[in-house]
Design a protein around this ligand. Structure first.
Ligand code: NDP
Length: 479
């Protein structure tokens, strides 16, 4: 043991109450599903089974649509001010119960408590407050006489930010007068189930928020239902493409928020220590399970050695371990499947010729873990430089001129986000103008605000979430 090591500081999980088994949430209450199939949701940091959740089938989706139709009859009669009251109540309750939500998110998904507590939950509440504030201002912002809600919206969310993605989708949809059927990811359903309880507590009219848990087949049944008027999806590009094919030719709205392989460009005039910190945040936040993660470090050649040496030193100080320990920087990998995918791509990187650096931290005996990893000497053609790894793995590429930095940054099928590090304002503007990415951060990374639109180009999807643009994604032109 080191002389000065951290003492554990474990957040108690006594605050959460997890049922042994969950049904689905329709007509404002939890119900036994038609499907008798269940799957187990586990804690990825211990592999302990937390609960069994229903794998909703086609009949359950039919029932959810019936529930949503009834909900829409009530919801569409309410004024924006009345809809806002429910959203404000939800926002306040989320704040009041944020500790419970944060612990549950960390247990079910493996993310460090300091992130679920200090990032996810404040952002979730902020999204509900923000969109609640819009519900009664739609008429004065746009001529909404020409716009109307889609009606029944199907929303499919991933496992990396379960409750945050729920808030990005549910809050604007309800604010604009739609009703929702939500399908959370199979490995992280618990916070969505707790959110359903909150909907009961605030007295949200039955059928306005519906929740059908399950796996990919449940999501596919939702996409295929003819009475769904819009699908909002966040997840892999492969499933996004499937949904686009499946909905082609139908009169249906679609937004797809898919993968990314963001370039974090560091020029030689950047404030190096701050840039190291930003690069660490860009890739190791949430174990790198982030669609907009800065997974390609695009580094000016003449600062390569100094930067990499500082980066490796900083990486050694990252604490990997129990997500409920308040000291933890990097929690558990979300699932065995994801760990296998990360391990496979990292092995590919080594066999292709990249130089690997991994930190020396001790890893817990049970659960799914991956050491913070840095590749140098990588070529743009390597898999680790092209494919979304979705884990704590950073690949370094070097450039000599700003033009070359742009070529490298844009040399990807994705176009979700990018970062620029330089002391020169004019260089930021020059670079940002040329980057093909939906979100660009300068001298910072991974900053979010509900008022700021988020979304991608190319294989990162289309449509925007957040801000006024995000509201428009839930309104269609009146025919
Ligand atoms: P998926 O795209 O499979 O999952 C996202 C959501 O879609 C989940 O709710 C999933 O359900 C659901 N889904 C799966 N198949 C279908 C289908 N045919 N029709 C409708 N919905 C479906 O991502 P994975 O969880 O499999 O992760 C795979 C890779 O995707 C990761 O390694 C990462 O690279 C990328 N990814 C990107 C994300 C992003 O934010 N851009 C988020 C998550 C993953 P279920 O969980 O039950 O399978």
């Amino acid at each position: 043991m080191k002389t000065w090591d951290y003492a554990e500081s474990i957040e108690s999980s006594a605050i959460v109450n997890i049922e042994k088994k969950y049904g689905i949430f329709l007509d404002g209450e939890f119900q036994t599903a038609n499907s008798k199939k269940f799957l187990k949701t586990i804690s990825p940091s211990t592999e302990e089974v937390l609960s069994s959740i229903t794998v909703g089938n086609k009949n359950d989706i039919d029932s959810a649509v019936d529930s949503a139709k009834n909900g829409l009859k009530i919801w569409s009669k309410l004024t924006g001010t009345e809809r806002a009251k429910y959203l404000f109540k939800l926002a306040r309750l989320i704040q009041e119960r944020s500790r419970e939500f944060a612990v549950l998110e960390s247990l079910d998904g493996g993310k460090p408590i300091k992130e679920s507590r200090d990032f996810d939950l404040p952002q979730v509440a902020a999204n509900f407050f923000y969109f609640a504030g819009w519900a009664d201002k739609l008429d004065i912002s746009w001529n909404t006489k020409g716009l109307k809600p889609y009606g029944i919206v199907g929303q499919i969310i991933p496992w990396n930010f379960p409750l945050l993605m729920l808030s990005w989708k549910v809050a604007p949809a309800l604010a604009t007068g739609n009703v929702v059927i939500l399908k959370p990811a199979e490995s992280t359903p618990l916070t969505a189930l707790l959110f359903a309880e909150l909907c009961q507590e605030v007295g949200l009219p039955p059928g306005v928020f519906n929740l059908v848990t399950g796996d990919g087949t449940t999501g596919a049944a939702l996409v295929q239902h003819p009475d769904i008027s819009k699908i909002a999806f966040t997840g892999s590009t492969a499933v996004g493409k499937y949904i686009q094919n499946e909905t082609a030719g139908r009169d249906i709205g679609l937004t797809l928020e898919l993968g990314g392989k963001a370039a974090n460009i560091v020029y030689n005039d950047a404030a190096i220590d701050q840039a190291v910190e930003g690069v660490v945040n860009g890739i190791f936040f949430n174990q790198g399970h982030v669609c907009c993660a800065g997974s390609r470090l695009v580094l000016q050649e003449d600062i390569h050695d100094e930067f990499v040496s500082k980066l490796e030193k900083r990486m050694q100080s990252l604490r990997v371990g129990n997500p409920l320990d308040k000291n933890t920087d990097i929690g558990a990998i979300n699932s065995k499947e994801q760990l296998d995918k990360i391990s496979f791509l990292v092995n590919e990187g080594v066999s292709e010729g990249g130089t690997i650096f991994q930190t020396e931290c001790e890893l817990p005996a049970n659960g799914f873990w991956f050491r913070p990893t840095l590749f140098t000497n990588a070529q743009p053609s390597y898999k680790i430089a092209r494919e979304e790894i979705f884990g704590p793995v950073l690949t370094t590429l070097t450039f000599r001129t700003p033009e070359e930095a742009i070529d490298i940054a844009n040399n990807t099928e994705y176009g979700l986000s990018a970062g620029i590090w330089t002391e020169k304002g004019s260089k930021i503007l020059w670079t940002a103008d040329r980057l093909q990415a939906g979100v660009i951060w300068a001298n910072t990374f991974n900053k979010f605000d509900p008022s700021s639109p988020f979304g991608g180009y190319k294989e990162s999807g289309f449509g925007r979430e957040g801000g006024r643009h995000g509201l428009l994604s839930y309104l269609k032109v009146q025919s």
